[in-house]
Design a protein around this ligand. Sequence first.
Ligand SMILES: Cc1cc2nc3c(=O)[nH]c(=O)nc-3n(C[C@H](O)[C@H](O)[C@H](O)COP(=O)(O)OP(=O)(O)OC[C@H]3O[C@@H](n4cnc5c(N)ncnc54)[C@H](O)[C@@H]3O)c2cc1C
Length: 330
Amino acid sequence: MSQKIAIIGSGLSGSVLAYYLQKSTSVSLFEKSQGVSGRMSTRSFADFEFDHGAQFFTARSNKFNEFLLPYLEDRTVVEWKPKILTLEKGKDPFKRLWYEPHYIAQPKMTSLCKAIASSKDIKFKTRIDKIFQKNGRWSLVSGDEIVGEGYCWVISATPAIQTRELFNASGISLNGLSEVNYSPCFSLMVGLSSSVQLNFDAALVKNSPIKWIAVNSSKIGRSMNKTLVIHSSNSWAQDNLERELSYVQDQLFSELISLIGLTEVDVDHIDLARWRYAKVSKASNQEVCLNPSLKVAACGDWCLGSRVEDAFLSAIDLYEALTKSLKADD
Ligand SMILES: Cc1cc2nc3c(=O)[nH]c(=O)nc-3n(C[C@H](O)[C@H](O)[C@H](O)COP(=O)(O)OP(=O)(O)OC[C@H]3O[C@@H](n4cnc5c(N)ncnc54)[C@H](O)[C@@H]3O)c2cc1C
């Protein structure tokens, strides 16, 4: 019988790792949210949709480019060529150029992970709080319930801080976790009335609490209702992290109005999300986090950097290291 492996977290790294491991082992995924994708996520409110996490991704390695080929072919992934401006208060906006392809998944940012993780065994709304070993096999605990047992290996594909919490609660130490740091970010989601006209698809903002504005609805495959996704700068988010969300929302919205000249009448919907662990500000100094004697491991963007491609590559690095360990066990 093939080895049983549990993966905690179904963002890109967990989904990619499951995709490869499933070829030779029996994989179960455990995800605390109600869907896959993690920080490559999409939120819906009535008729509005917002890709409020990762905005796009680039592919600089051969491995990621090769992996994306079938998804580019079936148009789950498409190149995004927005009209992109640089905005700064008191200065004329100017057009920016991108010098490498920028990709998005469609019709939503979640679509790539959904395609990768389709037909996988996934338990949603299951937050793993602790793992323990009995007779050489791992069990997974959510709250006070055992939600999975009999696993040879457990892999955490969650942000380093959550991996650290899980392993600490389980009495496990794994090298490479302690030095990782994150910067937070707020995502303001604005649904606009159909009459609003904007002369850009995306904007980088300088010297402002806002660092990025995307006309989300202008991305390929999105619904017709006009939506904006606004990201705060990481430093402004850090300074305002524990403020009331209504305060943060008001501050970012009035900054938006002063930048692009909207009025409150133009807005049909507004909401805010707080990402405590948005962007890795210091990655691990260890490419692969794996303990072959305990049979626990971890992966995620934080192993290598802060981007979608880093999440992919960390899953591939771990897959290659795990394959060697699994062969040695046979
Ligand atoms: C606001 C924002 C903007 C970004 N913009 C870009 C961008 O433009 N380009 C780019 O390349 N990257 C961007 N990123 C970064 C990119 O989203 C990440 O690098 C990538 O998605 C990380 O994937 P991952 O699999 O490593 O982790 P995650 O996507 O964080 O996945 C971890 C998963 O684990 C789950 N989980 C956590 N704890 C538990 C638990 N105890 N039990 C069960 N499940 C658990 C989570 O719910 C989540 O689904 C952005 C991120 C944010 C937040």
